[in-house]
Design a protein around this ligand. Sequence first.
Ligand SMILES: [Zn+2]
Length: 249
Amino acid sequence: MDIKCPQCGGDVKVIEGETFLTCGYCSSAIYIDKSKVVFHYMLKATIDEAGAGASLRRWMAGSSTVKGLENEAKTTKTEFIYFPIWYFKIKQADKELIKIQPASPSPIPGIKSLDIPAGDFRFYGPADVGNPSIKEPSVLYNSALEWLKNEGVDATDVIQSSLVHVPLYVFHYNYGDSPYTAIIDGSSGKIMAAEFPSKQELPYLFVGIGAAIIFFLEGMLMEFPQVLVAYLITAFFVVIAAVYVAEKV
Ligand SMILES: [Zn+2]
């Protein structure tokens, strides 16, 4: 069987059962889905496991997670995988954009909004064959096209398609009695986590509601200019309460 190279149009001989395909004319690596011939890329991992761990600790110490998470989270397992994605270059109304669809059904939060610098691609090569970190695609190209349609992209808008393996670190950790998973993009260090021990919002809610009630009562019961003084005093204590909650929660 012969196929046409998506880059140069040259004939590429396909040997049954061969997973690594390359164009003899332009050296592009090629992947054949049931219905489509696409480019085959690896996204370079620019961050090692230690770097990914450091990135995770910084995120845990940040403002969106519960206080002290960076010290109390216990890592139970770390994995490194190359997750497969369908990478579409699209042209709509003279504008080029990139759309990503997962090529594996395992849910990776934020995978579609992954920011991939094109310069970090390299062709899938002979050395990648048999790498156990590389997850094989199990979502067909046509299924990904269907998902694109739901996002307002027509198949005719697609000007280039690739199968890309993106490096991800998967950290499993426990906090309290609950297990959590955080995924770190191995090319940018960005954290992709759907569920994590978040800041409790109830204490903030209490401060907010309490302040609203006091302001309301002051407005009802007092006259100008005393009410202004009362407002300032209340505002002062609201700020103190908010700072206190922010320190403790
Ligand atoms: Zn070629």
